[in-house]
Design a protein around this ligand. Structure first.
Ligand code: CA
Length: 738
């Protein structure tokens, strides 16, 4: 007992301290600091005389701000094209906006504005003593999750003619916002240099004027020849100033923007979560490239909803699973751990007792959680699992039509196409099942597009006759198998090879028509896409879209002819790649493609971070939070390679136990327990992994280096123990000789 518990403790320490899969920042990240910008935009006219609001938007976007104070803003003025500049910038940046006018001007109004990523709970315009022209202060009251008192954020533009007037204006400002109970930030064009009377008032009133501007000599105006520091940010009741600088931007406006990064004080909440709610949609065996917009998708495949999700969010173009099999990958998604830690190593057995899934951490933080759809960890059990307030699931693989579903402990028979039925259940819970006062996390886990590829009747035949661009590795040619490990050639004749797929013992069985299966698979994707569109529409109709992060992912890849296969399991690209799309709330940042490797073990830490929930101390995630990518930033450190593992299954014996290390260029695969070659592929020159380089002398040193690295990392992570389990379930080992 004592030994067992100390071993567990050791395993936890190893898991928590090793640099798993090359990620140097694997521990839960601290909340990011607030990024505050102040910018006098001169109604969009730059020092080159050009009116270009898009340029202003781009300058601000690059600073990735949470709050922006804008001065010299036009609302429908003739001189700037009669547009509402605050609204245009707010929309372009996906931020809430408010405008406060100084006066009527050129057919519209002229004044200042503020942008915020936080919901604005109140905004006030305070009249200031007039100088050369009327002036006002704009104050926003912001709701920051976890912060007891509202954050006060104010924008000011002081008179430019007289320090006496500026000092009067500052007194009015401090009277107006000086008594706010929560943290307060004041930013703007003060028209005063440090040391001026008006600025000294700040210090006397308990405010801190940020100084020591670090760049461009600390000067903010004029931008094309900086001489004066007249734009400033002042704070009261906040934590630390992490950074404070002038941004080198001499052209877009006659002022340079300034940026401050601030933390809130201990005991106050840090920045708000990126998402109030999360909807996580998981498809089964959905190939990474079966997305209509994907350059490698069949040209006739139509996925308007997934295309839209990518256009409004982020496409993770290099998303992978660390084990390409349904149950192990699902367990990795839910635990943030490698298979060798969560120990769900096949599709046959139940999840080990005591396994901790991240939705429990969400529940503990008061977030309502729901699971709808395919669970598939433990074949015969559909009962509600810990971590979910609402449960609707079925046993094992489920069926494509008329599913029996266990809804919160009661089995009910449903009629219809399962993808439709599950989406209906998710929609019903969103609309009427949940507590509307609470934040929520919803998983919609679809049975599609797993074999046997049965599309909805309305989609069946939609792609008949469409041309199929088969992969070059599909052909049974000597060239395709010459350098590959022998098991690759042999597996072609297993139930997972295209010459023998899903048939009985020998070749008298009719082998399914692969062309037809390919098209049925695509038609199942159509059903997934249509239902995701329906779910997104409901999020919009209910107003939830603006506060909900939507993620779409596949649980593993799937070969459709690659290497003669019709399956996953192995470490080839089409097996380990998955589709991964994310649309953060607020439409930010739209249409981006992220090249960094995101893994199934990153999902749990990412969702927890996005919802602002700390993982349970025992969570021991192997993955890292990809939240930075979701908010349009780059994490300070990220993996440059990944580990892959698969354990041989008695039920499907054609694929050996294998471990792989994949960098952005090379993949080394170690095969365990078979008399066979290992593998090394150069993904840059050979993206289809047709040429195994393991016996090429010029690559021997590289192979050796990658093998050493693979085993060092597996050893450090506790990944060298392969469980041996009594055979269970059906054995599908019929072999058809070539
Ligand atoms: Ca699967």
């Amino acid at each position: 007992m004592r030994l067992a518990s100390s071993l567990i403790a050791m395993a936890v320490i190893v898991a928590a301290t090793t640099l798993a899969a090359g990620v140097r920042a694997a521990s839960p990240e601290p909340r990011p600091p607030l990024r505050v910008v102040s910018y006098n935009i001169r109604h969009g006219v730059g020092t080159d005389g050009r009116l270009d609001l898009d340029r202003i938007a781009e300058v601000i976007r690059r600073l990735e701000p949470d709050l922006v104070a804008l001065q010299e803003v036009d609302e429908s003025c003739g001189r700037s094209g009669n547009v509402d500049q605050a609204a245009v910038l707010g929309r372009a940046l996906g931020m809430h906006h408010r405008f406060a006018a100084f006066m009527d001007f050129d057919g519209g109004r002229y004044g200042l504005a503020a942008l915020s990523r936080f919901p604005i709970t109140a905004s006030r315009r305070h009249e200031l003593p007039a100088g050369a022209e009327p002036r006002a202060l704009l104050e926003l009251e912001l709701a920051v999750d976890g912060l007891e008192k509202p954050l006060s954020f104010s924008c000011v533009h002081a008179d430019w003619t007289s320090e006496v007037i500026r000092t009067k204006q500052m007194r009015t400002v401090l009277d107006a916002i000086g008594g706010r109970p929560g943290p307060a930030i004041l930013a703007g064009d003060f028209n005063a240099e440090p040391g001026s009377d008006s600025l000294q008032l700040l210090g006397k009133s308990g405010w801190r004027l940020l100084d020591k501007l670090q760049q461009a000599g600390g000067k903010t105006w004029p931008a094309d020849s900086p001489t004066d520091a007249i734009d400033h940010i002042a704070v009261r009741g906040i934590g630390e100033v992490v950074a404070h600088r002038v941004v080198e931007e001499p052209t877009a406006s006659d002022h340079r923007p300034i940026l401050a990064e601030l933390t809130l004080a201990a005991g106050q909440a840090a920045a708000r979560p990126a998402a109030r709610n999360v909807v996580f949609i998981l498809a089964d065996d959905h190939r990474h490239d079966f997305l209509g917009f994907h350059p490698q998708a069949p040209e006739w495949l139509e996925t308007p909803s997934l295309d839209r999700l990518a256009a409004e969010g982020i496409h993770f173009a290099n998303a992978f699973v660390t084990t390409s099999l349904c149950s192990p990958s699902r367990a990795s998604i839910l635990t943030g751990q490698y298979m060798h830690h969560h120990r769900v190593v096949d599709n046959q057995r139940a999840v080990p007792a005591g396994t901790r899934f991240f939705p429990r951490d969400l529940q503990a933080a008061g977030i309502e959680t729901a699971f709808v759809g395919k669970w598939h960890m433990g074949h015969d059990d559909d009962s509600p699992r810990p971590g979910f307030d609402h449960w609707a699931s079925f046993r094992g693989q489920g069926v494509y039509f008329d599913p029996e579903i266990n809804v919160n402990g009661h089995r009910r028979q449903f009629e219809g196409y399962t993808t439709d039925v599950l989406t209906d259940l998710a929609v019903r819970w969103l609309k009427t099942g949940r507590d509307p006062a609470k934040r929520f996390y919803l998983t919609l886990s679809l049975k599609a597009v797993h074999y046997p590829f049965e599309p909805a009747p309305r989609h069946r035949g939609r792609y008949d006759g469409k041309p199929i661009d088969w992969p070059e590795t599909r052909a049974r040619t000597e060239r395709n198998y010459r350098s590959q490990p022998n098991w690759v050639r042999q597996r072609r004749y297993s139930i997972h090879g295209i010459d023998h797929m899903e048939t009985g013992p020998f070749d008298k069985d009719p082998v399914p028509d692969l062309d037809a299966l390919y098209r049925r698979y695509a038609e199942c994707v159509q059903g997934v896409d249509e239902n995701i569109g329906r779910l997104m529409q409901v999020l919009e109709e209910t107003g939830l879209a603006d506060e909900t992060l939507v993620i779409f992912m596949g649980d593993n890849g799937f070969h459709l002819g690659e290497h003669g296969f019709y399956d996953k399991r192995d470490a080839f690209e089409t097996s380990i790649r998955v589709p991964l799309l994310a649309r953060p709330p607020g439409g930010l940042p739209a249409g981006r493609r992220v090249e960094a490797m995101l893994l199934n073990i990153d999902i749990a830490p990412t969702i927890l971070a996005a919802m602002g929930v700390a993982p349970h101390p025992e969570a021991a995630h192997d993955g890292a939070s990809g939240l930075a990518f979701l908010v349009g930033k780059k994490p300070p450190a990220w993996r440059d390679h990944m580990l892959y593992e698969y354990h041989w299954e008695w039920n499907f014996p054609a694929t050996p136990t294998l471990f792989a290390l994949r960098t952005d260029r090379y993949k080394y695969v170690y095969h365990h327990g078979v008399w066979d070659l290992d593998a090394l592929y150069d993904l840059q020159t050979d993206p289809h992994e047709r040429h195994n380089l393991i016996q090429v002398p010029a690559f021997a040193e590289l192979a050796e280096r990658l093998r050493t690295q693979l085993f060092e990392e597996l050893a450090a992570s506790g990944g060298l123990e392969i469980p041996v389990r009594p055979p269970a379930g059906e054995r599908l080992d019929q072999r058809k000789l070539p």
